[in-house]
Design a protein around this ligand. Structure first.
Ligand code: ADP
Ligand code: MG
Length: 228
């Protein structure tokens, strides 16, 4: 069994004129260390798919298994823990807390269980070194650049060593050369940490760096093809 198995996933939203089907029978599987770029026009359901993979939204039908576990079978509180510990998110907007420092932002996911341990603080510092922010621990988000904010968000997403990292247009707000550095980092960190990486992107440059690409079209995702 693959580390991530998506089987026949469908998602519809009820509307006044009937159910609006966004995803219809999406299936694929990925193992640790593998990555996938999801392409598709605006409104094609890319974020909806990512939200389902991230357990932020439940599918209408179909199953998602992470290391054999169906997270939607967990009780609410356990699901929140599962999401916090197993899944990292990077969005187009960094979603950093403006009142917290860079280091505090990276440590936020570790606060779910109370105070951050010394071990967590050491890991946060090491991640910040690896994303090139070793000298920026005490800065606040307003005091760093857009690329640095996105690199902080990446460190935060990885602090608890997730099995799955989901990135929704992670370079969408960055200029080309900053975007290239952030995508390079994403892949470098994946190499080091061996998580599963799923990236939604409009950037062909980023998509082509991934091992597999698939385009969402009318709710269906063809079997991801590998370019490598
Ligand atoms: P993408 O990320 O590819 O641009 P989305 O996944 O955000 O697309 O949205 C896909 C479609 O689902 C859009 O047509 C959007 O209007 C619709 N949609 C998203 N969320 C909801 C919701 N909560 N209720 C109804 N329709 C929604
Ligand atoms: Mg979207």
């Amino acid at each position: 069994m693959a580390d991530l198995e998506v089987r026949d996933l469908s998602k519809s939203y009820p509307t006044r004129s009937g159910d609006l089907e966004i995803l219809s029978g999406v299936s694929f599987e990925l193992n640790r260390g593998e990555n996938l770029a999801i392409l598709g026009p605006s409104g094609s359901g890319k974020s909806t798919l990512l939200h389902c993979l991230g357990t932020l939204e439940s599918p209408t039908s179909g199953t998602i298994l992470l290391e054999g576990q169906n997270p939607f079978e967990l009780p609410e509180a356990k699901l929140a823990d599962f999401r916090n510990e197993q899944i990292g998110f990077v969005f187009q907007d960094h979603h950093l807390l403006p009142q917290c420092t860079v280091l505090e932002n990276v440590l936020l996911p570790t606060l779910a269980k109370g105070k951050s341990s010394q071990e967590a603080i050491e890991r946060a510092k090491s991640l910040l070194d690896r994303v090139g922010l070793g000298e920026r621990h005490d800065h606040r988000p307003a005091e760093i650049s857009g690329g640095e904010r996105q690199r902080t968000a990446l460190a935060r997403a990885l602090i608890l060593q997730p099995l799955l990292l989901l990135a929704d247009e992670p370079t969408g707000n960055l200029d080309r050369s900053t975007a290239a550095k952030v995508s390079e980092l994403l892949l470098e960190l994946q190499n080091q940490e061996n998580f599963i990486l799923v990236v939604v992107t409009h950037s062909l440059e980023l998509a082509q760096q991934m091992e597999r690409q698939a385009e969402l079209n009318e709710g269906t995702l063809p079997t991801p093809t590998s370019t490598t």
